[in-house]
Design a protein around this ligand. Structure first.
Ligand code: SF4
Length: 296
């Protein structure tokens, strides 16, 4: 018999719950259309549910203006946006519904403050994050220049050895909110060892909801024979968390939807853990768990 357990700690984080709840409330009160600047959540299944309610994902404010009625607001998702987007919306006369996560807002402000601290001393700001990720673009855009982004330890080593990061002036290090705490620890320890003493300030900027999940997810993955990890293909948090599952339990499989399940993954007598990212809806985890139970 296959026993299936859904991880109680998986599912939307507070920032995503708030953004989706706001969109649903708006569409409930104003049936029709609401444009979201970028995908409100990195999960194709949840996006198609929201699109069927009237949410339209657009890539730019120009596109929002052409799609909307002129009066429709544009939703800013939990990842946040750089200040230039707010300026452009004002110039275009577009109303915004700002769902930037409060944790991201605090991080944006912290980066701005750091910029004014390090600039007079020719210092640098370094972000450990996914290059091109919308949250990272929103963070970089808070300051005029002088921010470097590294995705891993290898890029950090390259930044230092190529001389692009000065080792003798202040460096303030931040992480995108959804990165791996273990990797962030590696990057900060390396910098500590090569920069002049006292120049590095490491900010604890991984979201506490994400940091807590890493340990709990590791325990969850280790406690099952097979792990089915559910997340959208574009979710960066999904990639980080799936890698963690795979390291802990080699019989871990990543799927986007129920249709990707394969009966061959499950021996006759096994326990299966179903889990996901901060962008995976609970209803999808439940659908997957039900589908696995129905395989027997
Ligand atoms: S992961 Fe944390 S910081 Fe990022 S949107 Fe969710 S709650 Fe906010």
């Amino acid at each position: 018999m296959i026993r299936v357990e859904i991880d109680g700690n998986s599912g939307f984080c507070a920032g995503v719950i708030r953004a989706i709840g706001t969109a649903e409330k708006y569409l409930g009160a104003h049936p029709g259309k609401l444009c979201s600047l970028g995908a409100i959540v990195h999960n194709e299944e949840e996006l198609s549910r929201l699109h069927s309610m009237g949410l339209v994902t657009v890539d730019s404010l120009e596109e929002a203006a052409s799609v909307g009625s002129g009066d429709d607001p544009v939703l800013i998702r939990a990842h946040g946006e750089p200040p230039k987007v707010y300026r452009q919306a004002e110039e275009m006369g577009l109303r915004l519904i700002d769902c930037t996560c409060p944790v991201v807002l605090r991080l944006q402000k912290a980066i701005k403050d750091a910029y004014y601290r390090v600039s007079p001393e020719h210092g640098s700001i370094l972000i450990f994050g996914k290059i091109g990720h919308p949250e990272v673009l929103g963070l970089i855009g808070q300051v005029p220049s002088g921010v470097d982004v590294v995705q891993d330890l290898a890029q950090t080593i390259d930044l230092v050895s190529s001389g692009r990061l000065r080792t003798d002036s202040p460096v303030e290090l931040f992480s995108q909110t959804t990165m791996s705490p273990v990797e962030y620890g590696r990057v900060s320890s390396y910098l500590e060892s090569v920069l002049d003493p006292g120049v590095l300030v490491v900010h604890d900027s991984i979201c506490s909801q994400v940091a807590g999940r890493h340990r709990l997810l590791s325990e969850f993955a280790a406690s099952h024979d097979v792990v089915v990890f559910v997340a959208g293909s574009t979710s960066s948090n999904g990639k980080v968390l799936f890698d963690l599952c795979k390291r802990t339990n080699p019989r871990s499989y990543h799927i986007n939807s129920v249709s990707q399940l394969s009966a061959g993954w499950f021996p006759p007598e096994c326990s299966v853990g179903v889990c996901g990212a901060t962008s995976t809806p609970k209803w999808l985890l439940e659908d997957v768990a039900r589908a696995i139970e129905n395989l027997q």
